[in-house]
Design a protein. Structure first.
Length: 382
């Protein structure tokens, strides 16, 4: 079962890591490995959400999502999108950006370094909004309760996350942006560039969130109709069978899943710029991670159960928040790639360890549903 589900992911991993060694030696190998782990860590909750929706769809649409969807995720968001970001920020054509990355890496590195403030501001704001919207939401399961409880209360204020993000952007534009790092070790004032790019990142997040919300509403409407059909069948004495989404409803769910996947993969792509500017290494690392996310989705659907480690989603979002801060800091200061990558790995490992402790505490207490009201929950978190 494990080999059948993850076989393609294992194969892509081996090929990708070997290609990285040929491309840039063991340093490239390490960068690709870190990017793969980063993508898997940040997209774990995406796989869980995908599995919950995908199991309601017909076999045909499941295959569409796991084939066409993989092409969109791997080649669209992880390969084409980084090129577009570099091309726009460095004011190059996409073909020229690719040509430079292969044939004139020094010039390419200079252009990317000089364009880094706009990339970092755009991505930092997008990532920060993902983190803020998560941390300001009131949740039944809380990991770092001493932080999450008061922030959840503050989150009842409308548009608080947008206000906080704009304040952070304003501070960044008046501090690190005034001495932005440039190629050759110099520093220039990039305050206006950082402001414009940060606002563009914020707008992008709001648009993506709006689209996701639209398709999510379609899902809720379809589920409500299914529930009404089940109630009518029960009243008439007919057996109430599970309804699989097909046709127009399934198409909306496919679009919703793609928008959702794009929003999750977007933070991985943007976060990758905090680790490397090499398009090839970025595509290899994020592509490997995307394959594992798809395999994990299939695994969860086939098993019929969602993952039990409830704090992993929290760890992933804290990693996103840390990456947003790192991106903004790198506008002026250089931060080692290894440190940047390890931040996410440590947070995910910590959240996994906390989840294991929680599960053991619940089992020792004699079971329970593991919800926020469980007594074991109080002693298993942090």
């Amino acid at each position: 079962m494990l080999l059948k589900t993850f076989g393609w992911s294992f194969a892509v991993t081996a090929l990708g890591l070997v290609a990285a060694i040929f491309y840039g030696g063991w340093q490239a190998f390490g960068v690709v490995a870190i990017l793969s782990i980063l993508e898997i860590s940040l997209s774990f909750d995406n796989a869980v959400i995908n599995a919950g929706i995908l199991k309601k769809m017909s076999a045909f649409w499941q295959k569409i999502f796991l084939t066409v969807g993989v092409l969109i995720a791997v080649f669209g968001m992880r390969l084409v999108f980084p090129v577009v970001i570099v091309a726009i920020s460095a004011q190059l054509g996409p073909i020229e950006a690719i040509d430079l990355s292969f044939n004139d890496p020094d010039q390419y590195k200079q252009l990317v370094t000089d364009a880094h403030p706009s990339i970092a501001a755009f991505g930092g704001m997008f990532l920060l909004m993902i983190f803020l919207d998560f941390i300001f939401e009131d949740r039944d399961v809380q990991w770092l309760r001493w932080i999450e409880r008061p922030l959840a209360k503050l989150g009842k204020v409308d548009m608080l996350s947008v206000c906080v993000a704009l304040i952070v952007l304003l501070i960044a534009s008046m501090t690190v942006a005034t001495h932005a790092h440039q190629h050759g070790g110099g520093h220039v004032d990039k305050a206006s560039t950082v402001l414009l790019s940060g606002i563009a990142g914020l707008i992008t997040y709001l648009v993506v969130g709006g689209l996701s919300g639209f398709f999510e509403n379609k899902l809720e409407e379809e589920e409500e109709r299914e529930h009404e059909a089940e109630e009518e069948a029960r009243k008439s004495g007919k057996p109430a069978s599970a309804v699989v989404l097909a046709g127009k409803a399934a198409f909306f769910m496919f679009l919703y899943l793609e928008v959702l996947d794009a929003s999750f993969s977007f933070d991985g792509v943007i976060g990758a710029f905090a680790i490397t500017n090499e398009i090839v290494l970025m595509a290899l690392g994020l592509g490997i991670g995307a394959m594992y996310v798809r395999s994990l989705t299939v695994y969860l659907v086939r098993q019929g159960t969602l993952d039990d480690y409830v704090y992993l989603e929290h760890g992933a979002h804290y990693a996103i928040g840390a990456l947003s801060v790192i991106l903004l800091v790198t506008i002026q200061y250089e931060i080692n790639e290894i440190i940047t990558g390890l931040v996410g790995v440590v947070l995910i490992a910590w959240s996994f360890w906390s989840s294991v402790r929680r599960n053991k505490a619940i089992a020792a207490a004699g079971g329970g549903d593991g919800g926020s009201d469980s007594k074991a929950e109080v002693t298993s978190g942090v």
